[in-house]
Design a protein around this ligand. Structure first.
Ligand code: DC
Length: 210
């Protein structure tokens, strides 16, 4: 079975998906980490993350695996390197290449196999798992999303974080393939004024009614 959650950056997808996976004993799969890992691999090679052909070449030579929920590049755990400001900045343009998206879609589906998984990203409900048993779209105001990001990385500036979020929203919604949108039968959850437990309650009660 698949629980798929899509939504913009900072809408609470990762936190909630991870918690639900832990509660249910299911496998957690963060699809954004794949784009982040390819961005990191490209930056580590001192190559231009905006050069789509070059990123694709890097992807072909990069083995991504997930060990205990951690993303590994060629066997090395890089989980703590995926959220630097530089990776934040380039992951969105990197993810806009339809050829790379096809690759990530295949990789995620293969990894998921027949397991019970909770997954999240921008196109998990629309492209990767359109037949997921449970589909959700999380949303929240840009200001609250910026504040959430800031609580994780207090060294950043509010205005810059907000600007980055608005830019990424635009980019994610305007992608030619895999654009962020609400899947036809997804349940919309506005997390702006909800606590983590409050969002989980909404998810579980929606699943019971399903
Ligand atoms: O969720 P995140 O911020 O870790 O995702 C990193 C980038 O990857 C983000 O700019 C959106 C993109 N992404 C995507 O295009 N499709 C997905 N399924 C997941 C993430």
């Amino acid at each position: 079975m698949v629980i798929a959650i899509d939504g913009p950056a900072g809408s609470g997808k990762s936190t909630i998906a991870r918690k639900i996976a832990r509660d249910l004993g299911w496998y957690f799969l963060n699809t954004g980490s794949f784009y982040r890992a390819y961005t990191l691999a490209q930056l580590d090679r001192n190559l231009d993350p905006l050069d789509k052909d070059s990123v694709l070449e890097t992807a072909r030579n990069t083995l991504i695996t997930v060990e205990d929920g951690n993303i590994c590049i060629n066997g090395v755990n890089v989980e703590d390197k995926l959220h630097t400001p530089l990776v934040d900045k380039y992951a969105s343009p990197v993810s806009s290449d339809p050829r790379l998206r096809e690759r990530v879609t295949d990789e995620v589906r293969k990894l998921a196999g027949n397991m019970n998984i909770v997954t999240e990203g921008r196109d998990t409900t629309t492209v990767i798992f359109p037949n997921a048993e449970y589909k959700f779209y999380f949303d929240a105001s840009p200001e609250v999303r910026a504040k959430r990001r800031l609580s994780e990385q207090p060294e950043l500036k509010y205005e810059e974080v907000l600007e980055g979020i608005l830019k990424r929203d635009k980019n994610d919604k305007e992608k030619p393939v895999g654009a962020l949108k609400i899947a036809e039968n997804a349940i919309y959850v506005d997390t702006t004024n909800l606590t983590i437990d409050g969002v989980c309650e909404k998810v579980y009660s929606a699943m019971q009614k399903h």
